[in-house]
Design a protein around this ligand. Structure first.
Ligand code: S3P
Length: 752
């Protein structure tokens, strides 16, 4: 495969984008051979003068230019791109990789698909989300793509080598890689880029036509200049874009016209106070949305991960009668399995197709991390994504620390994978993750020969240097699926056998998934020991992610505490290493049935049907703790409504989750008037089926599961529960409020 620095790059079209690629590549590596081809002698002269290109050709000499190139970048408007592809097919050498930059992909991909598959396998459609209202070579800038997004819309038959070479070019130019389906790309761009241009051109046109006296433009100031900036863009290119993307553009324009029509009607007919209130609400929402966008995309130093201090849930039931929870819902995909699908899909050979993927922040951070490691991941779109695996040795060095957000799982699993790579890396996270213990993975990884450093007290960030690993036999001091999975990932690359034994059964998604990827693995009959030998390959597969039982738990508990409730949760993962919550709730008297059990891609799945039945307190068996480790915040709410005492001991692990969950829950329970006593390793809760919890303000401490547990508690509250710091609910259950409302809960969201 051609290494990028040895590739001779041909740029067809020396406008703003083509010129910026030439300048950027030359700036990064003066030895890179850059060839250019353009129909405008002025652009050619400017490029030659700037010394950013080594060789230039007029458009009539395109075949000659192509013959020289290993990578051809077509930097033309969408229609011209679609038109030129057949001549590239006949002129390029049979190994050359071809990409483009057109901002509409549908017509370009259609044209590529008509060409022989040997060519289309080497054509990677792409689109840099960068540009300016200025055009032409003289407006081009070597740093135009620094920190900007590039969207690839890979063809099904694209070769991994083609994707890797194109990714390498954009990575060198400082860009971040994304990938989408063609259709989604064209819809998204119609909304976010094409519509604003259409409106800018059209507002200038409307005003110009109304202009009689010259007054309008005479008094126009900053607002008009800001809004109409896009109308200075290249008219030929933009008319070309709208012809190429007319369907999606017309659709979003339709939505815009409906909204404008509603505004016009309101201006004409609404009473003043009503109009003022409605406009204020609309403008406030829009202002907040724009500011969040600007902060995330244009202000990289702003701390956008403030542990969710700004989102407040106000949960309380307004009806006179006690609420009942009723309905049928499917909660989002399993977080553990979603992380693992990305990790294993990335290092497999071939294309792994995933459905039911959790589009929550934690799993999306894992997607972003693997993109930074050079893996093309298309999606997620409606829970579906495609991972184009780079093989076990195909990951590339990241250019920056990999941000794991709130996720201990992602950090611990990636530490095992990265410890075995031949490049440096760093893993960082948010405020909560920065406090979590990493010695539990750092120490055994060092025993395997890893070179890995944590901060004082074994906390993140983790710095990882290249190392050659060897297998170990490791008896984990705690039943941790994260530690086990971390070491198994490192073991894939280690010399010899890695064997891990666990003191109590913990989730086995890694083992099941490795088997699904065809990796040989040995498990002891009781499941307490697993071993593998390094050096085998993983083969791409199909993964259907079940719904997350940890998210389903909140609605199980909601139904379990409200008389008359009846809920069905669809397609829930019931892996026996995860069903502690069902076992414990049943022990407490809950009426739960498992309907239609089946196996989906190696994981057991079923519908869970829960009908209200009175609960009683229990002593939670220690063997159930690892099987219900994430479910305790919700289980504590069930305990507060159960008759008698519930006691949990031996659960010190709860102190080192996204928050100290024993302390956070005990504090919240006390505030709503529940009698409880916290121990170093557990809690005692005195339940009362008749009690109404007190209205209170509760700090979820940025822990998604604490926030959702108290939202459920509101079903039994006498007044409103105001739950602070809830933004992290989006890490695991982005549509929690929406699904809660479908089942009859009332939760309002405030952005403080
Ligand atoms: C997880 C394992 C559990 C769990 C976490 C996800 C996993 O942590 O709490 O939310 O995906 O492996 P431990 O393995 O540390 O108990």
């Amino acid at each position: 495969m051609t290494k990028f620095e040895d590739a001779r790059v041909l740029i067809v079209g020396l406008g703003l984008i083509g010129g910026s690629i030439a300048r950027g590549l030359k700036r990064k590596n003066p030895k890179q051979t850059i060839i250019a081809c353009d129909c405008d002698s002025g652009q050619i002269a400017a490029a030659l003068e700037s010394k950013d290109v080594d060789q230039v050709f007029g458009i009539d000499d395109l075949p000659k230019a192509c013959a020289e190139a290993d990578l051809v970048v077509v930097a033309l408007p969408p229609q011209a791109t679609a038109t030129i592809l057949p001549s590239l097919e006949s002129s390029c050498n049979e190994r050359a990789i071809i990409t483009d930059v057109a901002s509409v992909k549908g017509n370009v991909v259609e044209s590529a698909k008509k060409l022989p598959v040997e060519f289309s396998a080497r054509f990677v459609p792409g689109h840099p989300i960068a540009g300016s209202e200025k055009s032409g070579y003289l407006a081009s800038k070597g740093d135009l793509f620094e920190g900007r997004n590039i969207i690839l819309t890979p063809l099904d038959n694209n070769s991994p080598e083609a994707l890797q070479l194109v990714t390498a070019m954009w990575t060198i130019l400082g860009a971040n890689m994304l990938a989408m389906s063609v259709q989604r790309h064209d819809e998204v761009l119609a909304a976010t880029s094409h519509l604003p241009h259409l409106l800018a051109y059209s507002i200038v046109d409307v005003l110009a036509k109304q202009e009689k006296s010259g007054d309008i433009f005479r008094y126009a100031a900053g607002g008009f200049a800001d809004f109409s900036r896009l109308a200075s863009s290249d008219a030929r290119m933009w008319s070309d874009i709208f012809v190429a993307n007319r369907v999606a553009s017309a659709e979003v324009l339709g939505a815009m016209i409906t909204a404008l029509q509603a505004l016009k009607t309101a201006l004409e007919t609404s009473p003043d106070t009503r109009l003022g209130t409605d406009l204020h609400a609309l403008f406030s929402d829009a202002k907040r949305t724009r500011e969040a966008f600007i902060n995330t995309h244009f202000n990289p130093t702003a701390n956008t991960h403030m542990n969710g201090k700004s989102v407040v849930f106000i949960a309380g039931q307004s009806g006179a009668n006690l609420p009942q929870v009723k309905g049928r819902v499917r909660v989002p995909g399993d977080k553990s399995i979603s992380h693992r699908a990305i990790i294993f899909g990335a290092i497999a050979e071939g294309r792994t197709e995933v459905s039911g993927f959790l589009e929550g922040e934690d799993a999306l951070n894992t997607v972003a991390a693997f993109r930074e490691l050079g893996v093309t991941i298309v999606g997620p779109e409606n829970g579906k994504l495609s991972i184009i695996g780079v093989g076990r040795d195909g990951l590339c060095a990241p250019r920056k620390p990999l941000y794991m957000g709130n996720s201990g799982t992602a950090m611990r699993l990636l530490s095992g994978l990265l410890a075995a790579q031949q490049f440096d890396s760093e893993l960082s996270g948010d405020e909560s993750l920065t406090k979590r213990p990493m010695a539990r993975v750092v120490e055994p990884l060092r025993l395997m020969g890893a070179s890995i450093d944590a901060q004082a007290g074994g906390r993140p960030p983790l710095q990882i240097a290249p190392a050659k690993l060897h297998g170990i036999h490791y008896a984990m001091p705690m039943a941790s699926a994260q530690v086990k999975s971390c070491l198994l990932l490192a073991g894939l690359y280690a010399d010899g056998v890695t064997e891990i034994s666990e003191p109590g059964i913990c989730r086995d998604h890694t083992e099941r998934m490795l088997e699904g990827f065809g990796y040989p693995l040995t498990r002891s009959a009781d499941g307490s020991t697993v071993s593998l030998e390094g050096g085998h390959a993983l083969k791409a597969t199909t993964i259907d992610v079940p719904s997350d039982i940890s998210s389903a738990t909140f609605f199980l508990v909601a139904a379990a505490i409200c008389p008359g409730s009846d809920v069905v949760l669809e397609h829930v993962g019931i892996n026996p290493t995860r069903t502690g919550v069902i076992n414990i709730l049943k022990l407490m008297g809950a009426d739960i049935s498992i309907l239609n059990p089946r196996s989906v891609g190696g994981e057991p799945v079923a519908e869970l049907w829960i009908k209200y039945a009175p609960l009683h307190g229990v002593t939670i068996p220690e063997s159930q703790i690892p099987l219900a480790i994430d479910e305790f915040p919700a289980l504590f709410i069930a305990s507060a409504v159960a008759q008698g005492e519930t006691v949990l001991r031996g659960a010190e692990e709860l102190r080192v989750k996204e928050s100290d969950r024993l302390a956070a829950m005990a504090a919240g329970l006390e505030r709503i008037g529940v009698d409880c006593e916290m121990f170093t390793d557990g809690i005692r809760i005195s339940g009362d089926p008749e009690a109404r919890f007190a209205a209170a303000e509760i700090d979820s401490q940025g822990d998604h599961r604490i926030a959702m547990a108290f939202a459920i508690a509101s079903l039994k509250a006498a007044g409103e529960l105001r739950i602070l710091n809830c933004a992290n609910v989006a890490t695991s259950f982005p549509n929690f409020v929406e699904l809660s409302s479908k089942l009859g809960l009332e939760i309002r969201v405030e952005h403080a």
